[in-house]
Each structure stands twice: as C-alpha cells, then as structure tokens.
Design a protein around this ligand. Structure first.
Ligand code: ADP
Ligand code: MG
Ligand code: MG
Length: 892
C-alpha cells in the first residue's frame, strides 16, 4: 500500500484515506488555487501505528522520498542552516474535529536555522517569533509540556516591557523568550528541544497519530457518533508566513454567513499573525471586509477564489488563508458547518441558483436540524420587566434560547448540572479543556473570539446555544463573576442568552414558540421578514420530502387535542392510542371496583360504567382523525398501577387498626394490592395476559371502539379504527382474543346495522413474537413493532432503571455510541424486526407494518425502518415533521 500522497495526487473524494483537510488541500491544488506544496500521510498509516504501536516499515522511506521532492521543488532543505525549508505538520481526520487534534507550525527551525530564516526574510524579529512559536507548540503538543507555562513566560516578557500585544516584542525580546522556552522544555520534558529537523517532523507526525486517542478526541467522537477506528491523516505542508509584518496576515472566511446563509463577506482577519492567533482571540481581529482597504489585490483574489469554491463544491465552504507579503495562500477549505436555519435556507438558495436539485437539497438538511428549529425562542417584548436586564450583546454564534445559572468553570458546570441545575458556562474564551463543561451547560457565553472561535464552532456542532465575543462583559473566572459597568453577575445568578441575536440578559427571560412551529400549527405563512424566509425554506424542503417519501407518518396520540395537532403537523393517522389514560382520574374508582370485584355481577357492573366513557373518548378521537387510520391499543400496563401505593396503604390500614377503626374497603384494597404485587411488573400480568384473565375487560374496550365507530358512521363520518393487542408472545393468545373481539364487533354490527370492517392486529414487542411472526401473522391483519419493549426484552434491561444506573458508563466506555432506546440497535433489535417483517409478509402478503416506539421519530431509525420496508412510523406529535423529513431523505 501507498502511505503518502502528494497534494497533486489526491482529491476531495478521498476523505477516508487522506482525511478531510488533506483531501480538500489536494482538491484546491488541482483546481489551480495557490496552496503551499506538501503531502499527506494516510489514515491507513495511522491505523497501523495505533494498532501496532509503531509506524509501518515502509512509511519512513516514503516520507523521505516525498520530502526530497518537496525540497527540490522549493529549492530549500528542511531545517537547513542557511536556507531552511519549514513545514507544518497538521492533523486531519475524515470528519472535522475542531480543536481536537494538534497542529505544529514552523517545523525545521533550530538554533542554527533560525539565523538562516532571519537572513532569508531579512527580518530578525520574524525569525525569532517563528522559533518561539515552534518551541511553544511543539513543547505543548508533542512533548506534553503544560501550555500555560509558555503563556506565563510570554506574559512576563510583555509586562517587563510594559506592552500588551505580542507584536510589540522585538527580536531581542523574542530571542530571550526562546532561551526561556527551551529551559521550560528541558525541565518539564526532561530532554532538550530537538534540534534535528527530521526528528522534529517525525515526532510531530507521531504526536498527531497519538492525538487521535486523547480523552477529548474520544469524547467528541462519542458525542458526534464518529467511529473510533478511522484514524487521522497527517498533512505536511510547506510554511507560508502571515507574521512577516503588516503586509502579511492570516484569516478565516465563509463563502456565506453560516448563521443566516446569506451571501456576502463573512470572516475575520488579523494582520501580522500566524495560524491559531485568529481563532485563539489573542489580539482583536478585524472583519474580513476591511481586508479590502488593507490589501485590495489579495482581497479581490480571495473573493474570486471563494466563488470558485462555492461553484465547485456547490455548498457553503469555510476557508483558512494566509497572506505573506501581499501573496495570498489557501491553507484549508471544507464544506462549512452552519446553523440549522442556515442549512434550510442554503439548500433552497442553491436550488434557486441552479447549483443543486431538490433531491440533493434534501440531503443538505437533517431531521436533527429541523428539531432544533422547533425549539422555543425568547420573547423579545419581555425584557425591561420583572428583573430582566439586558447586559450586552455578543456575536450570535449558535441559535437557541438558553437560561441557567452562571458558572465560570467547566468543573462547576458539570457538578451543578449533575445535581439537576441548568447552567450557562461563561468563559473569556473556551478551549478544548472546556468541552465537558460545554456539554453539561444549557448554553455558552464568552467575552472574546468571533464566529470562528472555539466556543462558536464547537457549540454549533453540538447544537448548543452560544453567544461569543461579548466584549463589554468582563469575565473574571478567578473571582467567578462577570461585570459590566457597575452590574455584577455572581456565580449562581440566573442569566439568559440568545444565540440567535447575541443578546445577554440577567434574569430569566420568558420563551415563545419558534416560527417553524407556528408555521406547522398553521398560524404563520411564508412572507418577507427573516423568520418568514426561514419558514419559506422549511416549507419547500418539507414539500420535497413529502413528495418522495414512501413511509407514511402517524402519531402517537391518546386524545382529540393531540390528534388534531398531529394532523396539523402532517400525521397520516394515529399509530398508537394508549387506552390506559382513559382509566385514570375520576375513573380510577371504577377501575378499583373492577379489580376488587368478587363476583361476575360486580365486575360486569363496573365494566358497564366504564363503557360509555371509553366510547365517548373514541368518538372524539375518530372525529379528529376522520378519514385516517386510528390504531387503538387495548389496556397494556399491569393492574396494580391503578391501585394505591403498597406502603402508603399498609401504613393507613395499620394506623386504622391500631385505632380499631378498620375500613372494610381499605382491607380489600390492601389484599388486592398484595395479590397483584409483582417483582417484575414489566414481565408480569400485563397486555394480552390481562385481557385473558380479567373476563370482559377487552370485550368492553372492543365494544366501545366498535360502538364509537358505528356512531361516527351514522354521523356521516369516516372512522378507520384498528384494534391492537399488546404484548402477544404466541399466536394462541391472539386467536383467543380475536375470537372474542370478532364476536363483539359482529354483535355491534347487528345491533346498529352498520358495517364496520375493523382491522385487528398485534404489537410485536417480545422476542418470541418476532421469532414466530410467521405464525402470528395468520391471526393478525397488521403488526406494529413496539420497539421500546422489544429493546428492553431483547437486551434484557429495563429502561426505567438502566438509563440512570449504568448507561452513562456504557456510553463512556463506548459500548454503545447512543442509547438503544434512542436509536434502534440495528444489529440486535433491528435484525429481529427485519426477519419478523419477512416472515409476516410471507404468511400474509398484505400485512400492514408499522412501528410505534420512540424510535419512530428518531432520524437514524427512520432510515432503518424505510430500508426494512415498513409502511409507516408512528411518533409523538412534535416529532412528526422530523419523521416526514427523514422519510423523504431516506427515499431520495
Ligand atoms: P486546525 O485543524 O485546528 O484548523 P490546521 O492544520 O488547519 O489546524 O492549522 C491551524 C492553522 O495553522 C491554519 O489555519 C493556518 O493558519 C496555520 N497553518 C497551518 N499550516 C500552515 C502552513 N503551512 N503555513 C502557514 N500557516 C499554516
Ligand atoms: Mg484549520
Ligand atoms: Mg409495549
């Protein structure tokens, strides 16, 4: 295998092998854009290194050959004393992992070659600045020296000279700094800073390989569901210098605004600076538009290149560039991250520009983004009232409305959020060490850094609200407070941050629904202003999705109100109506009587009381869903859930006895509670088992459904009821229930003279049901996969218990990347679903198939259900748009 590719050899489709950065550097090189020459070491080499602990044998020679070619081309040799070639060693995995991996610049500098560099550039200061940067970066990322130590030394040097920015240090200062930095390395790492340039390069390459497995990188991958075994590529790129004086500089740019999608000039530029300076917020950047007056030629060229890139990638790109003495160099590009709203806008804008078609537009947005757009927002009219104070305004870096208690460090953020508090993490700027705190927080607020700062990039990736660069706010992390003028916000005070406007408030700002939800609710239509523009884009994308999707989308809804909302959100029926809520409230007493009944007459009496109530519920539901299918599940939970708590009742009875004042009813109740008490109710007397042992219960429910349907028909309605039997494990159970149900339906038909055609089917939520689906299909007209219970029973764990107990540990250990209750476990539960689908259809080709677990609204799961050929998914009303969109994406 070939382990090294020159930039001229790769292309953008080789991300698996060359990583995102390497693939795109190659693509830009081949587009004829100005990219400093270099080469990429493949992820394959990294994998070998990580697996075996040593780089592949062939790698060294291949690197040497590419280095020779690079030296020849540049007319310099790596680290040569009089005319040094310098390179950067840059990580670059398949998926961009901001701030996770390490890059080292200026490799090749040494005590000798620093002189050569000074002569080459005719600039002493520049050479020593580059050298001190190398020792600092190399020391930190390759030799594991605490970066703070270098920072402190740099601060000291500035203080001693009474200056505030690093550019005010001259060559002599920097030279002294280099001596100090080398001393730090020696003390901390126990060895000298390596003077051999090739050794520097090799060590840096290994450090990049190793950085794949830092805790931070692992955490990020788990969060983003990036597989752990991809490895990273390493890019070796000849250096260009943005720190060669005021006609040099470095910057970042977007081809469109990543927050709104609007075209224009978006980015930050910093004169006389190198690499990370821009994103680290070391000095204040200027908006990219100002580059036009600083260096018109480079600016025009950059605009030209951005247009080329957009037309080539047919998408928003982000860019890193450097200007060396008036010469523009491209150092990175990639399809840029964007906010959820921008994703929808950009997708439709690109369709209008003729760059992509509708099917492609669907691939440019995700259900997760749509879900994010459905979050509520702050009520703009509310400040000025009740202790809400506008503190200031930063950059709207990642949308959403977040309210929480102010915390000033990651540790407190984690601690407080674990104890159930909502927190806002406030920092001057964030760095990768803050990642855990950012995950724990509701939102992130920083006082420094632009749209491309660490906080902004990471928050956008996580879909977390973020306001950054709120410069008026003075953040004092040591004293744990924030000041602005004479207002002081202490740790624990409530703050509200608006990631869509950048506004920061003290106090709890009330929230209002999102315009996208208003649109789905039919209360808002596409028009002209900003929110309307977003709604217009969502409207179009949803229309594409609805046009192409094969899966139908139903709702889990138990009452008319939810059913109506679901319908507005696009539901094509109800896939799961749970009947247990119809047994609560005032009806509880009747249920108690039913459970306590000693004789058939008593039992029939309470069933008779319940019947009209149930019937009325169904009439309302069928009316709300007129013309669409409504799947009603007969009673599922164990009966004891309808009885009082065993401890409370025991105490009450004991107390009464001690007062010799026993209540006959309480005693009977207690007996019943004892009789029905189960060690594992989840696996006990519930579902179809209840229907088989409580005479008349299911018959009453079926009668209520049938009579309600007959009523609706008589009222010229179009009820489409389907009766669903829960927790079936064997076809015999279903046959017995069906016989009774068929009899009841026939009776109702005869009594009312209305023909009903009610479908009867079952849930598939036990492994045995899935395994014998072929037999069960003989008695079922439809299957609905109850993937919540199926997940519990296939894995053998109870959702109510395990999520709080060991799931965190499992997620941390990477046993699963995401809870199997959130995204269907394709290999286990999913394969059972798949074989049950096949077996069921083999028995009954027209068997209707759906799913009604939480998974019905989960994007990844929806794609799976599409693939295995279900007819519909059913999910909570709020997830319906997400399911519609993902069903469309799956089919396009
Ligand atoms: P990241 O993945 O963190 O963005 P990069 O490898 O892109 O890391 O490096 C960070 C920055 O370092 C780049 O944006 C660029 O400004 C600077 N840089 C990297 N390589 C070079 C180079 N060969 N010449 C000049 N600057 C470079
Ligand atoms: Mg970069
Ligand atoms: Mg169930």
């Amino acid at each position: 295998t070939k382990f090294v590719y020159d930039f001229t050899e790769g292309n953008k489709d080789l991300k698996d092998l060359l990583g995102g950065k390497g693939a795109n550097l190659a693509e830009m090189t081949n587009l004829g854009l100005p990219v400093p020459p270099g080469f990429t070491i493949t992820t394959e080499a990294c994998k070998v290194y990580l697996e075996s602990g040593a780089e592949p044998v062939a790698l060294r020679d291949e690197v040497s050959a590419h280095l020779d070619a690079l030296e020849e081309r540049m007319g310099k040799k790596l680290g040569q004393a009089d005319n040094p070639l310098l390179v950067s060693v840059r990580s670059g995995a398949k998926f961009s992992m901001p701030g996770m991996m390490d890059t080292v610049l200026n490799i090749g500098l040494s005590d000798k070659s620093v002189q050569g560099l000074a002569k080459q550039a005719g600039d002493d200061r520049f050479a020593w600045d580059s050298y001190r940067r190398l020792i600092q970066m190399f020391g930190k990322t390759v030799m594991d020296v605490d970066g703070e130590l270098f920072e402190e030394e740099l601060e000291k040097a500035k203080r001693a000279k009474k200056v505030t920015v690093d550019t005010d240090l001259d060559a002599a200062d920097l030279k002294k700094l280099v001596t100090r930095f080398k001393k730090i390395v020696k003390t901390e790492a126990g060895r000298d800073f390596p003077q051999d340039p090739r050794e520097q390069m090799d060590l840096a390459i290994h450090a990049v390989f190793d950085s794949w497995n830092t805790d931070r990188a692992k955490l990020y991958r788990r969060q983003e569901r990036i597989p752990g075994d991809l490895g990273t590529a390493v890019n070796v790129c000849s250096m260009v210098f943005g720190n060669l004086g005021p006609d040099s500089g470095t910057g970042v740019a977007f081809t469109r605004d990543p927050a709104s999608g609007h075209q224009g000039v978006y980015g930050d530029y910093l004169q006389n600076a190198q690499g990370e300076d821009v994103v680290a917020g070391i000095r204040n950047t200027v908006p990219l538009a100002e580059l036009e007056s600083i260096d018109k030629k480079s600016y025009d060229q950059l605009m030209q290149i951005m247009e080329t890139l957009e037309n080539h990638y047919k998408d928003l790109c982000d860019i890193e560039f450097t200007i060396e003495r008036g010469q523009l160099w491209m150092l990175q590009t990639r399809v840029g991250k964007r906010t959820a709203g921008a994703a929808f806008r950009i997708a439709t804008q690109l369709v209008d520009q003729g760059l992509i078609d509708e099917a492609e537009a669907l691939q440019r947005v995700t259900g997760a983004q749509l879900a994010q757009l459905m979050f509520p927002r702050f009520d703009d009219t509310a400040h000025g009232t009740k202790g809400i104070e506008l503190l200031g305004r930063g950059i709207a870096a990642s949308p959403g409305a977040a309210v929480g208690k102010a915390v000033f460090d990651s540790y407190t953020a984690i601690k407080w959020s674990r104890s159930g508090e909502k927190v806002i993490l406030i920092r001057r700027e964030t760095n990768p060490d803050d990642l855990d705190g950012m995950i724990a927080a509701e939102g992130i607020l920083t006082s420094r850094g632009g749209k491309t700062s660490h906080a902004a990039v990471v928050a956008r990736g996580m879909g977390k609200t973020c306001v950054c660069g709120a410069e008026e706010l003075e953040v004092d992390t040591k004293r744990r407070r924030l000041t602005i003028g004479d207002i002081v916000v202490e740790e624990g005070d409530v703050v509200s941050i608006d990631g869509s406007t950048g506004k920061v408030y003290r106090g709890e700002v009330p929230v209002v629904p999102s315009p996208v939800v208003e649109y789905f609710e039919g209360r808002m239509h596409a028009g002209a202003d900003d929110a309307d523009e977003l709604v217009g884009a969502v409207h179009r994308i949803m229309a594409y999705a609805d046009r192409v999707r094969r899966l139908r989308v139903r709702a889990n809804a138990d009452n008319a109100e939810d059913a109506l909302r679901a319908r507005r959100f696009g539901a094509q029926g109800i896939g799961l109506c749970r009947t247990e809520h119809m047994f609560l409230g005032e009806r509880r007493e009747m249920v108690e009587k039913l459970i306590l009944a000693d004789t058939d007459t008593e039992r029939e009496e309470s069933l008779k009381q319940l019947l009209p109530l149930q019937k009325q519920d169904f009439i309302e539901l069928f009316e709300a869903m007129d013309g669409l299918p409504v799947t009603v599940r007969l009673l599922d939970p164990p009966l004891h859930e309808f009885l009082p708590d065993i401890t409370e009742l025991s105490v009450r009875v004991a107390l009464a006895e001690s007062r010799q004042d026993s209540n006959e009813n309480d005693l009977r109740l207690l007996q019943a509670v004892h009789r029905l008490h189960e060690q594992n109710p989840m696996l006990g007397l519930r579902g179809v088992r209840l229907g088989l042992v409580i005479p008349g219960l299911f018959a009453m429910q079926v009668r209520a459904i049938a009579e309600a349907a007959a009523d609706r028909k008589n009222a010229k309605g179009d009820p489409r009821a389907e009766i669903m039997i829960p927790l079936v494990g064997t076809v015999q159970e279903l046959e017995i229930v069906r016989e009774e149900a068929d009899r009841v339906v026939a009776e109702v038909e005869e009594q009312t003279g209305v023909e009903l055609k009610l479908a009867i089917g079952t849930m598939i939520e036990l492994p045995r049901a899935a395994l014998t689906a072929g037999q069960i299909a003989e008695a079922a007209q439809f299957f609905s996969f109850g993937t919540n219970d199926l997940t519990q029973t296939v894995w053998g764990f109870s959702r109510d218990d395990v999520e709080a107990s060991f799931f965190t540990a499992y997620l941390e250990k990477g046993i699963f990347g995401v809870s199997p209750f959130e995204t269907i476990d394709k290999d286990g539960v999913g394969s059972l679903v798949k074989s049950a689908v096949e077996a069921g259809r083999a028995t009954r080709p027209d068997l209707k198939l759906g799913v009604c677990g939480e998974h019905g609204g989960d994007p990844e799961s929806v794609h799976f259900f599409h693939e295995v050929g279900l007819d519909y998914v059913s999910c909570s009303p709020f997830r319906i748009p997400v399911a519609r969109l993902e069903a469309g994406r799956a089919a396009s």
